[in-house]
Design a protein around this ligand. Structure first.
Ligand code: FES
Length: 110
């Protein structure tokens, strides 16, 4: 994990149903806009470490493009196999179009 305590990102133009990856030190954070609410999860599928930003977001469900694992971006919970475990989720505070992200919260059990 990065030594930085927070990551600030600009989300202007990130519309509902869209997502965008941001680097935070050595990790990648995936910010998802779910009907105007922003969530941030680890950008790494728990099946085979593939980045999730190339997948698809439908509502709160994020599907990995590789083999179809599905995760709930609100909780990180794995909803469909082959997602092996939940994703880590980050706390998010929003001020206008700026999100303050961090720290990583423990993922829920699948
Ligand atoms: S790498 Fe994501 S489902 Fe296989």
């Amino acid at each position: 994990m990065s030594a930085m305590k927070e990551l600030e990102v600009e989300v202007e133009g990130l519309a509902p149903g869209e997502m965008k990856a941001f680097r935070w030190g050595e990790i990648s954070v995936l910010v998802c806009n779910v009907d105007g609410e922003f969530y941030a999860v680890e950008n790494r599928c728990s099946h085979a470490d593939i980045p999730l930003d190339t997948g698809s977001l439908r509502g709160c469900e994020l599907e990995c493009v590789s083999h179809g694992a599905v995760f709930d971006v609100r909780s990180g919970r794995a909803l469909e196999l082959p997602g092996r475990s939940s994703l880590g989720v980050f706390s998010v505070e929003r001020t206008g179009n700026v999100l303050r992200i961090g720290p990583l919260r423990k993922a829920e059990k699948p």
